[in-house]
Design a protein around this ligand. Structure first.
Ligand code: C5P
Length: 423
């Protein structure tokens, strides 16, 4: 099984350039094996060590195993003359931080640049994969939890930590993932990440977030959508070179960099904005409808509704909202080449998803389980079933950022003719 899994990964790392940042933790010795494994698979590995990492592994062993000089100092004349620190962070395809200590994660989250490692992490325009390792209480501390959540939101990928006995004698989450698991996470990254620029020239519309439907001037109907999935999709498509317009309902997320963002409140406003974008060609190649659009709106009262003392609550009369996905999917000259919808289901996910794809007329439908306890709505993770006319793919539970990357890759492969959903 493990062998078969390994076979499918052959060649994924050939020619890839990894910048490995080694933090100062007792698990730093595992970075040595990671270097060996990465190089065995054809990757080149350039290493940067924090000052604390020297307490656990020597630059000589790191340099010998990587076959490249080790960079350590921010203000090193020789290093700068050979390769400036900005250049170092841009020459890589992926930055791997292993072990990522609590201190290093905190400095990354805070945007500090007080040594070479953190300067590179701040200056890079490349993806970052962090493998945390620390004492269980440090990992569970609210400060670390908040730092990791922030970094995830900014697109940093994580592998581990694992549960286990710790060097300090405690038991729990905090152990660095095994080198083979980190290696597999690196391979997974390259397996699903679209090549930079592969979607250049493609014009894509993404909807995201909830809608707010006013009841009166101070109240509204809404849902629990956070917009995390839709925003991550917009960011991933943009990172792959697409020209992205994001139409979003009210969310608390920052705008994805490099994306044109149109903010709306109601379903009607979202429908109008999408129609305008499509009419201007902004959805020519694809439309991804990830928004949780309210199915109904209320005809809002002009004044705040008040209790009238009769004990009879006011009746809210609901009217149906336009279905944006169905509208975009309708055959016609301006139809996007690929229309993708989502189906948030609480039961019979596959069955309802298939029926919904046909009803809405979209090309792909990503059905996900939002039942209580699934943690999908507002959470960091998602698991979907991709339903297309020619087949289905079950995607395992992964972070919303990873799912967005995988979808961007799938869309890129679709346009370059490299994959069908039946595979
Ligand atoms: O709400 P429902 O399950 O029908 O949503 C499925 C898909 O339809 C989602 O992709 C959602 O963004 C889209 N949708 C829409 N306009 C609506 C309702 C849903 O675009 N009014």
């Amino acid at each position: 099984m493990a062998e078969a899994q390994d076979k499918g990964r052959i060649g994924l790392l050939a020619g890839k350039r990894i910048l490995l940042i080694i933090g100062g933790g007792i698990a730093a010795y595992k970075a040595l094996e990671l270097i060996r494994r990465l190089r065995e698979r054809g990757a080149s590995v350039r290493c940067v060590m924090t000052k604390a990492a020297h307490e656990f592994v020597t630059p000589l062993s790191v340099a010998s195993l990587s076959g490249e000089p080790v960079n350590e100092e921010l203000f090193s004349l020789t290093d700068e003359a050979e390769m400036g620190h900005i250049q170092l962070s841009r020459a890589a395809d992926l930055l791997v931080v292993a072990p990522a200590t609590a201190n290093l994660l905190a400095r990354m989250a805070g945007g500090l640049a007080d040594d070479l490692a953190t300067t590179l992490l701040l200056a890079t325009d490349k993806p970052v994969l962090a493998a945390p390792a620390m004492n269980v209480r440090m990992w569970l501390h609210p400060a670390t939890t908040a730092n990791v959540a922030l970094l995830r939101q900014r697109g940093v990928l994580f592998v581990g930590p694992e549960d286990g006995d710790m060097a300090c004698g405690e038991y729990g989450p905090g152990r660095l993932s095994e080198p083979m698991d980190i290696l597999h996470a690196v391979e997974d990254f390259f397996a699903v990440t679209p090549a930079p620029g592969v979607l250049a020239g493609r014009r894509v519309l993404v909807t995201s977030g909830p809608t707010h439907e006013p009841i009166d001037p101070v109240r509204y109907l809404a849902n629990r959508s956070s917009g995390k999935q839709g925003h991550a999709i917009a960011a991933a498509l943009q990172a792959a070179g697409a020209e992205v317009t994001l139409v979003t309902g009210p969310v608390t997320l920052p705008d994805p960099v490099g994306v044109t963002v149109l903010r709306v409140e109601t379903a009607q406003q979202m429908a109008d904005a999408c129609r305008r974008v499509a009419a201007e060609g902004g959805a020519r190649d694809a439309a991804i409808c990830a928004a949780a659009v309210a199915d109904w709106h209320v005809v809002p009262a002009d004044e705040k509704l008040k209790k009238d003392g009769s004990g009879t609550p006011p009746a809210l009369r609901l009217q149906e909202n336009p279905d944006i996905l169905s509208g975009l999917s309708a055959p016609g000259p301006g139809r996007p080449a690929l229309v993708v919808g989502f189906a948030a289901e609480t039961e019979k996910v596959a069955e309802h998803g298939r029926a919904k794809r046909l009803r809405k007329g979209c090309d792909w439908l990503l059905a996900n389980d939002v039942s209580t306890g699934s943690g999908t709505f507002g959470g960091e993770e998602n698991a979907v079933l991709l339903i297309a006319a020619d087949g289905e793919e079950a995607w395992p539970r992964m972070s919303k950022v990873a799912l967005a990357t995988r979808l961007a890759r799938r869309i890129a492969d679709h346009f370059t003719g490299e994959a069908s959903a039946a595979e």
